[in-house]
Design a protein around this ligand. Structure first.
Ligand code: APR
Ligand code: ZN
Length: 233
């Protein structure tokens, strides 16, 4: 099978072997933190320090994590494939960029950026954030937050994503449990557009039955192997 327009969806499982941790399953972040407390606007309004601590901890991991073989294989696909490749990631880490992927949408935002809720300015940010942090653009403090999408907020670039799903002939979902919408609905969109659908995951996701092709195992093994078959037809 050869394909022209490829959409890749990635989730926490892609970065698991880089040390970023996942949300669900054994040892997942949501075993130790309540989504309501640390990943909603209401939680931030209730206790901003608790939310800043949660994202400061995860932002702190970024200094020590590196892209793994799966990230590298996806960057190679984008650089080598003659047609279009768009990577849509649910991940807020910068590992796709670090591996060389450029046609990339962070639909849940970016941990390495900070947003000012007062003036709307977003900028790269590697330090801790707190209520005392003042915005370099408007000078106000108390409004800085991680530039990420919380539950109940609108994921980014959805029009561009749905247009790509409607036009693709291959949709590959990698390292996601298929539990959070709208990302979990992308396979149905792609299938509806007539695309071939592939799941690459450690184990079957919630939407496994919706995929035409499935390969299970650690991303650093199955993703490079699958990309090789794609590129060498
Ligand atoms: N290789 C491949 N897949 C893996 C690996 C690995 N080494 N380790 C774990 N996985 C798989 C798990 O089997 C699981 O299906 O990755 C998936 C991770 O699922 P989640 O932790 O639910 O992560 P994700 O699907 O990205 O979560 C979606 O939920 O909490 C929100 O905003 C958060 O973007 C996140 C969204
Ligand atoms: Zn500001």
């Amino acid at each position: 099978m050869t394909f022209e327009k490829i959409v890749i969806l990635t989730g926490a499982g892609l970065s698991a072997e880089s040390g970023m941790g996942t949300f669900r399953g054994q040892g997942g972040l949501w075993d130790n933190y309540d989504i309501e407390d640390v990943a909603t606007p209401e939680g931030f309004a209730r206790n901003p320090t608790k939310v800043h601590d949660f994202y400061n901890m995860r932002r702190g991991w970024l200094a020590d994590v590196r892209p793994n073989a799966a990230h590298m294989a996806l960057a190679k696909l984008e650089q080598t494939h003659k047609g279009d490749v768009l990577t849509v990631t649910q991940n807020i880490d910068p590992l796709h960029e670090a591996a060389g992927s450029e046609k990339l949408i962070h639909m849940h935002g970016e941990l390495a950026r900070a947003l000012c809720a007062n003036c709307g300015t977003s900028r790269p940010w590697t330090e801790d954030l707190s209520l005392a942090t003042s915005c370099p653009a408007c000078g106000e403090s108390g409004f800085m937050r991680p530039d990420v999408v919380w539950f109940g907020e609108m994921p980014r670039d959805m029009e561009r994503i749905y247009a790509a799903l409607a036009a693709c002939d291959l949709f590959v979902s990698i390292g996601t449990s298929g539990t959070v919408y709208p990302a979990a609905g992308f396979v149905a969109e792609a299938h509806g557009a007539g695309a071939h659908t592939v799941e690459l995951n450690l184990d079957p996701s919630e939407g496994a039955s919706l995929f035409a092709e499935k390969h299970y195992g650690p991303a650093t093994k199955i993703v490079p192997a699958y990309i090789e078959t794609l590129l060498n037809g």
